[in-house]
Ligand binder design. Structure first.
Ligand SMILES: [Fe+2]
Ligand SMILES: [Fe+2]
Length: 194
């Protein structure tokens, strides 16, 4: 992982300061969750630091780059190109940082929406991104998700996705099917674990 981290930190230092600070806070939360739940810390660290490499790119440029790299663009992503910043970051890590680990690439790719079959690395990074203390401290709902995440990554992700999907529906916004499938999958997994 050390070569990955070296080239990754070079890229991170080109990002806006606020975004760099978000990446470091997310790394902190993700590593705490990883330790608590026995998740591979090295993988979580690379995914947490790399998840938002394209967050500051204008959305129309995201669409152009995704096409240039021949990534699959879902019709919802076509309408809401900001959703491409995870897939673009995963592709950049693969191309320029030598990241081949499928758990790291999955965690980065799906950090915005979630996806069905989320592994522990993906769950830790997905939740850590939402639980960045800067965002979470002012929200009673996120503080609750954070509490639950101490016990169960799956249950916390289910609660977060349920609230997020309800809020998108309430606002009349598009839903990415990966979020709906992620939530369905978590319900089945949580039921099976009972
Ligand atoms: Fe993001
Ligand atoms: Fe983020």
């Amino acid at each position: 992982m050390s070569t990955s981290l070296l080239s990754l930190s070079t890229i991170i230092h080109t990002l806006p300061l606020g975004l760099q600070q978000h990446l470091f806070r997310v790394r902190g939360v993700a590593l705490e969750l990883a330790e608590r739940h026995g998740v591979d810390a090295a993988k979580v660290e690379v995914a947490a630091l790399g998840h938002d490499l394209y967050r500051a790119m204008p959305p129309d440029e995201m669409l152009v780059l995704a096409r240039q790299w021949r990534l699959d663009v879902h019709p919802v992503e076509q309408r809401v190109p900001i959703l491409l910043h995870g897939p673009l970051a995963a592709e950049r890590l693969r191309r320029d940082c030598g990241v081949t680990d499928t758990e790291v690439l999955e965690a980065v790719r799906w950090h915005s929406t979630g996806c069905p079959g989320m592994g522990k690395v993906t769950l830790a990074v997905f939740l850590a991104d939402k639980l960045d203390p800067e965002k979470a401290e002012g929200s009673s709902q996120l503080r609750w998700v954070s509490e639950v995440a101490r016990k169960s990554l799956e249950r916390a992700a289910f609660l977060y996705l349920s609230a997020e999907i309800a809020s998108l529906v309430e606002r009349g916004s598009l839903l990415h099917p990966a979020s709906v499938e992620a939530r369905n999958d978590l319900i089945v997994r949580l039921d099976a674990a009972r």
